[in-house]
Design a protein around this ligand. Structure first.
Ligand code: SF4
Length: 248
């Protein structure tokens, strides 16, 4: 199963995956709370609002986009600045409805200064296309703006240091929905240690403006585990319904 399975087949119907994997949802499995495709969006029992809580950096919350990008580019607030090639601020439409949040830059992102490039980025692009969205129509950012050495998981102190930047990005963007991709991104964004399986199919909320958050798999995981693409497509359909219905 390659990346191409996420290509949209026509302009009307977002049939995104191959025949084998496009079979409708509910093989959600015992580890999933994902709803059937036509079911109304319901709040998860644990739907909750998550407030950003990192360092109280009031000055960051005053910055506009360009000033924020400049602040991040020069940031030395945590140890990750020592090993980065460059910061990876974020990319996309600064007025987008959709915001995609991943974990942290990898090696290629660190080299190029852009989130979600390489094969995982291509798959993300195709996932977005399957939803009727071009990459340029969404805004893509990470929890961390600098690459952790050897792609290790972000440490709590790094997340806390970097959090005001992401919070400000969300404030400036005011997205209608956030798609958190991958367990690490979701756990850090939502401040939970829940498994990805428990977070899928639920609507969380982020920040004072209570932006709805839906969780799905990281494209890098999908490249390694193609059988999960069907569940990921369920998540994307769920997210599209949340977005379309404008529910909290
Ligand atoms: S990861 Fe975030 S807090 Fe740490 S140096 Fe980079 S920009 Fe600054």
């Amino acid at each position: 199963m390659g990346i191409q399975t996420w290509e949209r087949r026509d302009a009307e119907a977002p049939a995104a995956v191959s025949e084998a994997e496009a079979t409708p949802l509910p093989d959600a499995g015992a580890d999933s709370a994902v709803l059937a495709p036509d079911a109304p969006v319901e709040h998860a029992a644990r739907s909750e609002t998550v407030q950003p809580s990192g360092q109280d950096d009031a000055s960051v919350q005053q910055l506009d986009w360009d000033a924020l990008a400049a602040r991040v580019a020069g940031c030395t607030a945590c140890e990750l600045h020592r090993s980065r090639t460059q910061t990876v601020f974020g990319v996309g439409d600064r007025r987008a409805d959709w915001m995609v949040i991943g974990e942290a830059p990898g090696a290629e992102e660190d080299r190029q200064g852009e989130p979600f490039v390489g094969r995982a980025g291509q798959l993300l692009n195709n996932m977005l296309l399957a939803m009727g969205l071009k990459r340029e129509q969404v805004y893509i950012a990470n929890i961390l703006k600098c690459r952790p050495p050897k792609n290790r998981d972000p440490r709590l102190e790094e997340v806390v240091c970097c959090e005001p930047y992401l919070a400000r990005q969300v404030d400036l963007l005011q997205p209608k929905i956030i798609l958190a991709v991958g367990r690490i991104a979701a756990q850090n964004l939502l401040k939970t240690d829940s498994s990805l399986a428990r977070m899928r199919g639920r609507v969380f909320h982020y920040g004072e403006s209570r932006v709805p958050v839906v969780v799905t798999y990281h494209p890098a995981y999908l490249l390694r585990t193609p059988r999960a693409k069907r569940k990921a497509w369920e998540d994307l359909q769920f997210a599209m319904r949340v977005h379309a219905e404008g529910r909290e």
